[in-house]
Design a protein around this ligand. Structure first.
Ligand code: GLN
Length: 257
């Protein structure tokens, strides 16, 4: 087996204390382990409220999880101070995965159930509104097809499975593509069948679960993007045995059909 031992990645984990719901920290574990198993060195930088914005520039991959509205309000104030750095990194194609509340932050705004507006970073052409207490939260297991969207065919599957729990409904503008199409579940909103968003190498999604251990093919896609961006060449990842993950994926898809 080839080992990718000469490589090293620094992962910036944005707001691990406040933005981490429904197992989102599992994504950092999946990224780190899948690198380690291949001999790729990983450093995870925890970037909590008040972090020095200069730390971002040393990161090759960014990750931020979801949160309840209250935590989002706190984080949004700190995030505003990092808008310029984050925008530059996203525009430059630094890979990033942004789940649920974090995904909402990348858009123009998130309107809470009580109509409080949390301004977004306005990097992605999208906005999110929670229609209020008379509407159910969008909760449950979800299956998404990545077919026909901007990601090239993934190693063993073009579906993703996950778990969603959000009050906000996200609507995409003309300048942004969805990450996939909902096969089962709600996704961005319960109306248009889209899920998540993709812009350059940044991915926004409602999939908790956590997404990466459940979808190791997508985890590898992101790791490969980060390595290729850093080392400026095509890199083949050493194969790992994902037979158990694949079986779990198939079971979930069958169960939800
Ligand atoms: N608070 C946001 C919402 O309800 C995001 C939830 C989450 O990140 N799970 O839509």
């Amino acid at each position: 087996m080839i080992h990718n031992t000469k490589y090293k990645l620094t992962i910036g984990w944005l707001y691990p204390e406040l933005m981490s719901t429904y197992g989102d920290r599992g994504n950092i574990i999946a990224l780190s382990k899948r690198c380690e198993w291949r001999g790729i060195k990983v450093e995870v930088k925890k970037l909590d409220v008040g972090f020095d914005h200069k730390l971002l520039a040393a990161c090759h991959l960014l990750f931020m999880g979801g949160a309840q509205d209250r935590q989002q309000e706190i984080v949004s104030k700190d995030l505003k101070l990092k808008n310029k750095d984050l925008r530059e990194m996203i525009e430059d194609g630094i890979p990033g995965l942004y789940i649920c509340g974090a995904y909402q932050f990348l858009g123009k705004y998130y309107k809470e159930a009580d109509e409080t507006i949390i301004p977004g970073l306005d990097i992605l052409d999208l906005y999110t509104e929670n229609p209020g207490e008379n509407h159910d939260r969008l909760i449950g297991n979800i299956v998404v097809s990545l077919g026909g969207v901007s990601i090239p065919p993934l190693r063993w599957k073009n579906t993703m499975v996950g778990f969603e729990n959000h009050g906000g409904r996200t609507y995409l503008g003309k300048n942004i593509k969805p990450l996939g199409k909902v096969i089962k579940g709600f996704g961005n909103n319960e109306e248009d069948g889209t899920e998540g968003a993709i812009y350059k190498n940044s991915f926004g999604t409602y999939l908790h679960g956590p997404i990466l251990p459940k979808n190791p093919h997508f985890a590898d896609y992101i790791i490969k993007l980060a390595l290729e961006k850093k080392y400026k060449k095509t890199i083949a990842l050493s194969p790992l045995d994902d037979s158990l993950e694949l079986q779990a994926h198939e079971v979930m898809i069958k169960k939800l059909k």
